[in-house]
Each structure stands twice: as C-alpha cells, then as structure tokens.
Design a protein around this ligand. Structure first.
Ligand SMILES: [Zn+2]
Ligand SMILES: [Zn+2]
Length: 453
C-alpha cells in the first residue's frame, strides 16, 4: 500500500502514481534503477578481475580473499612479525560527528579538548553574501568547527567550490529550522508527531507481514522516490531554489538521522569530486577515488538491519531520503536516487568505525562522538582473540599486528566492547554485525560449555 505522508493528500494507488509520473516526464532512469536491489546484481568476470586487482592494491602485506565462513577477509601474504603496520588510512572516505559534539570535536582531526568549544569556525559564504533577513542567534552558531587553522585549511583544501561546507551547514540549518518551526506551532507539532507514529507503525506492520522482505523494502524505497518527486513537481522551479518554500516538505529529523545524513553527504561529495575532478592531479582526489572504488565493493547490510530494527525502514525512506532529496544542493542531486542512498546506508552498517573520546581504554568512560568509514579497512573480520589492532591518530587510522603471524593466516581485529566478557555476552554483542562468531576462542569456549552439560 501507498504510504501516506502527513502532509499530502494523494489517495491514488501506486500504479496511478507511476502513470502520473510518466506524464510529468520526471527522471524515469532513477525510478528504474531502484528496481534492482544492489545486493542482487551479478558481476561479470571482467568486473571480478578488476575487483581482485583493486582489493590486492590495498596492502602488500595481505590479500583480500573469500573466507571459509562467507564474505571476504584479509590473509597474510608472508610470515609477519609482531608490531608490523600492515595498513594505514590517512583519512576516512566520510565521517560524521554527533550533533551534541559538533562544536567540540574537530571536523578534520576529531580532536576533543575536554569539551571546550573549538575556536576555529568556518561559516557559510552564502549567508555573508545575502544578508539573510532572519539573522538570529541560531544563524551565528551555523558553522563547522576545527581545533586549529591547519585543520580548517585542510578541510577547505579538500572541498570543491564550498560544496561540502555548504551541504553540511545546510543540514544544520534545516535541522534547526525544523526544531524552531515546531516550537512556534505546538498544535501542528502534535499532529505531525501523531501522524508520523501512525505511519511508522503501519509500515512496521506491513513489513512484518511481507512475504518477501527484500522486495517489500525495494518497493518502499521506490515509493519514497515517487512521493518526493510528486511533492517537488508541485513547485515551480523558482520556488524550488528557495529553501524557505521547501521547509514544510522537509521531514523533521532526529539526531541519529542528522548524523546519518551528514555521513551520506560526505560520500555523495566524494562521488561528485571523483566524477568532476578526473584531470585533477591532486593526490587527495586519487586517494579518495581509490577508496570510493573499494567502497563500491563493500557489502550492504540494510536488509538484515531492517529485519532486526523494522522502524529503520521508515527512518531511511520517509525521513533521511526525503530530507536529502528535498534539501540537497543542486550539484549532488543526481546522486540522490534510491539505489545509491540505500547502498551508502547499507554499507555503513557493518563497516563504519566509531570515533571515540578515549581510545583503547577497556573500562574507561568512552563516549561515541560519531563514526567514519575507511573502505580499504573494511575487510578485516572480527576475532575475540585478535591478532591485529586499529590505532586511531586523529583522522588517520593504522593497523598494527599484536603478534607474529604465519603466511595465509587471517588478520582479524576486535569489533566489540565486550572482548573481556564471557562467551554469551560476546556473541550477543556481535549480533550487531550480523554474524555468529566462530573464532578459535569462541569455538573453544563453546566446546567447554557443551562438555560441562
Ligand atoms: Zn583538528
Ligand atoms: Zn569469537
């Protein structure tokens, strides 16, 4: 069934809507691309060869190969000594900072100065130019924060035509506008919230009853696309250029969605950069283009995640997607189609690295500042007895061997916070990554447990 959003009065069914769209001559290609789910595409042998070459270019110390238990893993090319640094990533392909920490964690190096507000602020160039009439206190706080001038300069140097800067500030501005809008109109806020909860529950129920979950999810993404295009098609091109006309269409997002949207924008920006800077000799472009190519090879886990947390489907399609579709700057709009956004979200779920306040302290009061994605570091599997550790140094992350290892041995890091806990807690924790840990330690402990029975 068509999933009605609170603000629209469309009552026709999906097939009529598709007909409508054909008449409106909207981007049909983007609708078609959603039909094949990213997980079901079949790779040709040339593509497989290309992928192998790409994966083997990650490190001379290891090769990325299929594992016995499914998926890929990293295997040592030769015997390697403890403390060898087998891989290094100078910066993530994309990263995102949780909203409460946006002024305290450096946007370039993730430095945190005991909760102090960072001094280096990067404001929007747009605001300075058009002297916005609604200049309020909240506009002054519209900035990206850095710990030092070099960190701010680094961000500017990596940007293109202020695209990344303006996109991130746009999310912040619309998030604030969404909050304010509700403050002034409590009745509307209440109505919206009720309608939203109802729609969310309805979708969850439909999902639970769906015979083919994968197909159902693909259909909901398609519907979200059609819904957005219909809403946008009601506006004249001039109206679309002014965000104030769009504010009522933009869904109110929560802080998790805000964080996710900023992560997605980071990847979209990299895509734009690679597509538009082919002749650019900048090393940062070629580096991120390699990471972006590897990113395409990562597995997406959105179906598993939605199966476990059904409410996420509503969040992805009706909030995150809609927010991006309606609010994103023109240059990246062509990337905002269901197949791309779905794959960006799905690949993050098991591949992102947390950005923490204190690193590697087993029982310290760690706080999660955000997360980052390093594609080339996404093939290390988990072990409860890891032989590899990732050490974060600012935005850079290095992978160092904890012990001597033999040729062909798999290189594994620890994913979870419960490495010091017993088998059951560890196994439960690791379910977040959608696998049952069968590392040597787990198998040994399982055997011991069974023997006791
Ligand atoms: Zn910094
Ligand atoms: Zn284990």
């Amino acid at each position: 069934m068509w999933n009605q959003s609170p603000d629209n009065d469309i009552s026709s069914d999906l097939s009529t809507l598709v007909d409508d769209l054909t008449h409106l001559d909207l981007q049909k290609s983007s609708l078609c691309s959603t039909i094949t789910s990213p997980t079901t595409s079949v790779a040709s042998s040339a593509e497989v060869d290309e992928a192998t070459t790409l994966l083997n270019s990650i490190s001379s110390y290891f090769s990325v190969k299929p594992t016995k238990y499914g998926g890929r893993g990293c295997f040592a090319n030769t015997d390697l000594a403890q403390d060898t640094i087998v891989h290094e990533c100078s910066m993530p392909l994309s990263s995102t900072i949780a909203r409460p920490f946006r002024k305290e964690v450096c946007g370039s190096c993730f430095e945190f100065l005991h909760g102090k507000t960072l001094k280096f602020k990067l404001m929007s160039r747009k605001n300075k130019q058009n002297n916005s009439t609604s200049a309020s206190a909240s506009d002054c706080s519209l900035a990206l924060y850095f710990c030092s001038q070099p960190c701010m300069d680094k961000f500017i140097a990596l940007d293109i035509d202020d695209l990344y800067r303006e996109s991130l500030l746009n999310v912040e501005s619309l998030f604030i506008k969404g909050l304010n809008q509700c403050q002034y109109d409590l009745e509307r806020k209440k109505q919206q919230e009720e309608a939203e909860t109802e729609a969310e529950l309805k979708l969850e129920n439909e999902l639970k009853q769906a015979k083919d979950i994968e197909l159902f999810i693909s259909q909901k993404w398609q519907e979200a696309e059609i819904n957005c295009q219909l809403q946008l098609s009601k506006l004249k091109p001039k109206q679309r250029k002014n965000f104030n006309n769009l504010i009522y269409l933009i869904p109110k997002i929560n802080e998790n969605e805000y964080m996710e949207i900023k992560y997605i924008i980071g990847i979209l920006f990299q895509m734009y950069k690679c597509d538009n800077c082919e002749n650019n000799k900048l090393s940062s472009v070629s580096l991120s283009s390699l990471e972006l190519q590897i990113f395409q090879l990562l597995q997406s886990s959105d179906v598993e995640k939605i199966r476990k947390y059904p409410y996420l489907l509503y969040s992805y399609t009706n909030k995150i997607y809609k927010f991006l579709k309606i609010s994103t700057l023109e240059k990246v709009q062509s990337y905002i189609i269901p197949s791309i956004i779905r794959s960006i979200i799905g690949k993050k779920l098991t591949n992102a690295y947390g950005i923490w306040s204190i690193d590697n302290e087993p029982d310290g009061n760690k706080e999660l500042f955000g997360y980052s994605l390093y594609s080339s570091a996404s093939f290390f599997n988990h072990s409860c007895n890891p032989n590899l550790i990732n050490i974060e140094k600012g935005a850079k992350t290095i992978f160092k061997l904890l012990k001597n290892i033999k040729k062909n041995e798999e290189l594994c890091i620890n994913y979870s916070d419960s490495i010091n806990d017993g088998l059951e807690i560890r196994q439960k924790d690791l379910k977040e990554w959608f696998f049952d840990c069968l590392c040597e330690r787990c198998v040994e402990e399982m055997n011991l447990k069974n023997a006791k029975k």
